[in-house]
Design a protein around this ligand. Structure first.
Ligand SMILES: NC(=O)C1=CN([C@@H]2O[C@H](COP(=O)(O)OP(=O)(O)OC[C@H]3O[C@@H](n4cnc5c(N)ncnc54)[C@H](OP(=O)(O)O)[C@@H]3O)[C@@H](O)[C@H]2O)C=CC1
Ligand SMILES: O=C(CO)COP(=O)(O)O
Length: 307
């Protein structure tokens, strides 16, 4: 049995997709949004506002990355011993951990995995073909999850490189904000391509410094999601950047994971001496420490170097 905890856009779309083929319970703390949603649920999906005893062996955690730790702490007794699959993208501001790291730190001994990659919730809910990465350090467990969560149109690839998958998904959101800023400010598609490429270089550099395999970053959870999020106005991170770049107000109600992750990663990178110029500039811009003109000048005047 599968449970999805978190009935926002992504949790609901996963419940819909998996529910087309097998039974799923979808829990949300506030089902007001669910009832207002245009997405209709297959019969296999049971919706609940009472978390009660999570009767499922496999539990998908679909809430913002910064909310994950508190949620796990509040629900530790009912989640211990389950297979927990993080469905969120971000680096925890408190300890600098990815979602599986957070699971392990709150519930040691629990199998933690992450489902991540290029996928807009609306596309998944409509049944459009989507490919994602399922990362689990225990490959036998990862294989089981891969089969349990894949459907005819939701195709999961598997890896044991949890850190690589966590960081690909987290870091691409930061670069997507930067890409949005570039487009919003009218700096052009060439500048966006340069930023995506140099942003990807720093994603790989940082992830490898944390023990990830570079090839994971070239996969769906890294490069794949970077391309999607930096080029589509469906992305909230990209739209956040568009607003910043064009001087419009940002949507404070939207889940924009890249803002907190930019700060968390900038601090971690500074501590270990890894250069993350784009990420650091996104942190400084979103926190109002620099203007856009200063950011562009700083990035363009860095010492010339080999590619
Ligand atoms: N939307 C998308 O296309 C995709 C999203 N993701 C990732 O999924 C994660 C969730 O995003 P998404 O679903 O889009 O965001 P939404 O803002 O649509 O939904 C977030 C959900 O999390 C719930 N929530 C927030 N805080 C808590 C908490 N402390 N305890 C329990 N539930 C909580 C919210 O409840 P409430 O409504 O009551 O606040 C809401 O149901 C993010 O990390 C995002 O990057 C990944 C791929 C695609
Ligand atoms: O992660 C996503 C697509 O893979 C969704 O992007 P946003 O969170 O920026 O909307």
């Amino acid at each position: 049995m599968i449970a999805v905890l978190g009935a926002g856009a992504f949790g609901t779309s996963l419940a819909v997709a998996i529910g087309r083929e097998r039974p799923v319970t979808l829990w949300g703390r506030n089902l007001k949004h669910r009832s207002q949603s245009a997405v209709s649920l297959p019969e296999n999906v049971t919706v609940s506002a009472e978390i009660g005893d999570v009767g499922a062996d496999t539990v998908l955690l679909a809430m913002p990355a910064q909310a994950l730790r508190g949620f796990l702490q509040d629900n530790a007794p009912r989640l211990a011993g389950r297979k927990l699959v993080a469905c969120c993208k971000g680096v925890d501001l408190r300890l600098g951990l990815g979602p599986v790291g957070v699971i392990r730190s709150v519930l040691p001994g629990t199998t933690g995995a992450i489902l991540t990659g290029p996928s807009f919730a609306a596309d998944i809910a409509r049944g459009l073909p989507t490919a994602l990465t399922l990362a689990c350090a225990d490959d036998a467990e990862g294989l089981r999850l891969q089969h349990d969560l894949s459907t005819a149109v939701l195709r999961l690839y598997r890896t044991t490189d949890v850190v690589g998958a966590e960081l690909g998904g987290a870091l691409k959101n930061v670069i997507a904000i930067a890409a949005g800023i570039v487009i919003g400010a009218g700096l052009g598609d060439s500048a966006r391509a340069a930023l995506m490429t140099r942003g990807f270089a720093e994603m790989v550099r940082f992830a490898e410094s944390r023990g990830a395999r570079g090839e994971t970053l070239t996969g769906l959870s890294g490069f794949g999601d970077l391309v999607l999020t930096c080029t589509s106005p469906q992305s909230r991170n990209f739209r956040h950047g568009l607003a910043l770049g064009s001087g419009q107000p940002v949507d404070e109600s939207a889940t924009v994971e890249g803002v907190a992750t930019a700060r968390a990663v900038t601090d971690l990178a500074e501590r270990v001496g890894i250069a993350m110029p784009v990420t650091a500039m996104v942190a400084a811009l979103t926190e109002g420490h620099v203007t856009l003109a200063e950011a562009v000048r700083t990035l363009m005047s860095r010492p010339l170097k080999q590619e």
